[in-house]
Each structure stands twice: as C-alpha cells, then as structure tokens.
Design a binder for this molecule. Structure first.
Ligand code: SAH
Length: 226
C-alpha cells in the first residue's frame, strides 16, 4: 500500500482535503495511508524548541538539523525505500511525470518547512529531494505537501474510477486539455459546438486534438518545445 508520512509542526491540518472525495474513499478502501508526525515531539528541551536563529545573521528562524533528522529517522529508518522529500521553493518544479513515478512507488516521506527553511546539513545528510509547487513563496510546506500528495494519490491504481479519462488530461500527453461541454444544449444563447453532438467519433477526436493544440500554443507555448 502507498504510504505517506508527513513531518510537520501542524499535523492537525492533515488529512484535510486529502480526506475528501475520491482520495478519502481510496484511503478508507486501503489503497493508501497517511500519517502526520509532530516535529516538536522530537525536541529535547523543556520548551520543545525546533528552530534557532540563522547562522551569519538575518531575519527569521531555521529548523534545527538535529531535531529534524531524529524525526525523519523515526518515521523512516535507513532501510525505508520511500523517497524523502522536502517541500521547498528552491526545489525542482513538481510535474505530472514525477507524480506518476511516485504513484507507482512505495510512498513518500514529506518534510514541511516553516520559517526561513531547513538547515542545509540535514537536507544533505538525509538526501532530501527538494520539490517546489511553483515560483511563489508560501508560509509553510503543509499546503505544498497536500498539493504533491493530491497529484500523486489520484494516480494510484484504483483511486480514480475512470482510468482512461486520465490519458487525455492536461500534461498527460504534453498538451493542455481541450474544453468541455455538457447540457443544456444552449446556455445564455451559446450552443455546444455541433461537432460534439454529431456522433462522429473520428471528427470529435480530431476537434479535441486541434483545440488542445490551439490552447497549448496560446497559453503554454513552452510545453510544445518538449
Ligand atoms: N526562505 C525560503 C522560503 C521559506 S517559506 C526561501 O526564500 O526559499 C517556508 C516553507 O514553506 C519552506 O521551507 C517550504 O517548506 C514551504 N514552501 C514555501 N514556498 C513553497 C513552494 N513554492 N513550494 C514548496 N514549498 C514551499
């Protein structure tokens, strides 16, 4: 079973949206599991300190490497095969391709940063794979971890009902998805494109392919280079 471990200062935020709808059902059906661990439980002093001031000066606080390493080792001993991931704006951007790779693996161990981030030595010592969810800065890694897990868990076999609807989705074939329509036939004076109600499946497929290309060229020309 796909097993996700989250290390966070806010374990109560989980499962949050990951417990809703198809992902929640998948969890109830035993297709995946989630455990959120309180980083503070690994602190060693009376005040349960997890952070300290940045060496070299500057604003904010940094998560201490010794406490974080203990937490990582507790949830994932050295022989645990799961990738150890750190949510980080400096990381490799999350892609659908990486989500697919993770979805067929044993699970993930995800560290959620807070404050200014994490001491570099624990990133190196525990070989943390830094993953970003986009070029903006969040206050903490929790929402980013949820984004990563939501993208991955829906790809675990059995979690989504209609398997083949996935191939045509945005990014699956390097393109953005074509536009969707459903009834009513006329909405505020606008009809569903006639080709979609023609019953001609060859024409429909061709139209969708064209729309995908047009949208991708207009909005994400960078995708066409691949
Ligand atoms: N000082 C850091 C930002 C820290 S934000 C910098 O300039 O790079 C605090 C935490 O939020 C980070 O440690 C990370 O875990 C999380 N976070 C913020 N933005 C993120 C993003 N775009 N993707 C993934 N995680 C992010």
């Amino acid at each position: 079973m796909f097993s996700a471990d989250i290390i966070t200062l806010f374990p109560d935020l989980f499962p949050g949206p990951l417990g809703a709808s198809v992902l929640g059902r998948g969890m109830a059906d035993g297709l995946w599991q989630l455990r959120a661990t309180q980083l503070r439980d690994f602190a060693t002093d009376r005040h349960r300190t997890v952070d300290d001031t940045p060496s070299g000066g500057g604003a904010g606080m940094v998560l201490k490497p010794d406490i974080l390493a203990k937490a990582i080792d507790a949830v994932a001993p050295v022989d645990d095969p799961r990738p150890r991931i750190l949510m980080s704006p400096r990381g490799k951007p999350l892609t659908q391709a990486r989500a697919h790779e993770l979805a067929v693996g044993p699970g993930v161990v995800v560290v959620c940063g807070r404050f200014e981030g994490v001491d570099q030595r624990v990133i190196d010592a525990r070989n943390l794979e830094e993953i970003s969810i986009g070029d903006y800065v969040l206050a903490g890694g929790e929402v980013a971890a949820m984004v990563l897990l939501e993208a991955v868990v829906r790809l675990i076999p059995g979690v989504l009902g209609a398997l083949d609807s996935r191939d045509e989705e945005s990014f699956e074939n390097g393109l953005l998805e074509y536009p969707h329509y459903t009834r009513p036939q006329t909405f505020e004076g606008v009809d569903i494109p006639p080709v979609l109600t023609s019953g001609d499946h060859g024409k429909i497929a061709k139209w969708r392919q064209e729309q995908s290309l047009l949208l991708t060229r207009a909005r994400r020309p960078d995708l066409l280079k691949h």
